[in-house]
Design a protein around this ligand. Structure first.
Ligand code: SAM
Length: 220
């Protein structure tokens, strides 16, 4: 193995140790973070710092989320729906979708910025990942492919989109940051028949979820 690759593997293990120190204990989640090479989802100088626990710009005013944030959301999902079909809203770099794929879910992902959608779809093909991609407004979900055992929204929403709640399978869960422009509270909705049990967690800062059931795009 080349020296550069060895160093990246070491950095990846160190990142996972950091996640453990921050309280991520789910073994399946930690193993997925050991498996997926984050440097492949970053470009230019950022790829050299792939294993620093930091968000990075990916162009078009968007970011790849901080590993801790990705791990926190993934653990919420895994602990409530451990397998099945998962829809991600906000493909961005593709890193979160690749983590879900490494966990063995059937992954569907929607992105509203065409260039990011196209870049991620090409990258998944190059890596041999079987992830279904769609360009469009993810606040409306992906009706043809519903229901989903899990839905994960990786952008900050003013409120949980009704369409996403409706596309959950029985006992399915929606993981979504909900709040204002400055910060959002990580929220989980668990479907029980026509009712949704709500759980709330800590605050994070996300780029906005822009769409018909999200923020109005004239605001951003
Ligand atoms: N999951 C991404 C990753 O692993 O890199 C993080 C993405 S970034 C924090 C949020 C993404 O959500 C951006 O790419 C943004 O364009 C996208 N987004 C915002 N509103 C959306 C919508 N209505 N439908 C689909 N994607 C949306």
């Amino acid at each position: 193995m080349k020296q550069a690759e060895k160093l990246l593997n070491l950095r990846r293990r160190e990142m996972v140790e950091t996640l453990q120190r921050y309280g991520i204990v789910n073994r399946r989640v930690l193993d997925a973070f050991l498996e997926v090479r984050r440097e492949l989802f970053l470009e230019g100088d950022a790829a050299d710092s792939a294993y620093i626990d930091s968000a990075y710009p990916i162009g078009f005013g968007q970011t790849i989320s901080q590993p801790y944030t990705v791990a926190f959301m993934t653990a919420l999902l895994v602990e409530r729906c451990s397998s099945g079909r998962v829809l991600e809203i906000g493909t961005g770099s593709g890193y979160q979708a690749a983590i879900l794929d490494a966990l063995g879910y059937s992954v569907f992902t929607v992105e509203r910025i065409f260039e990011l959608y196209e870049r991620a779809e090409k990258l998944f093909a190059r890596l041999g990942l079987n992830i279904a991609c769609r360009f469009g407004d993810g606040t409306l979900g992906w009706l043809d492919k519903a229901p989903f055992d899990g839905i994960m929204v990786t952008a900050g929403a003013p409120k949980e989109p009704e369409s996403l709640l409706r596309q959950l399978a029985e006992n399915g869960c929606l993981v979504i940051p909900v709040g204002g422009n400055d910060s959002q509270q990580m929220t989980v909705f668990l479907r029980e028949g026509n009712d949704f049990k709500r759980e709330v967690f800590q605050h994070f800062v996300f780029v906005p979820l822009v769409g018909r059931e999200g923020w109005n795009d004239t605001v951003f």
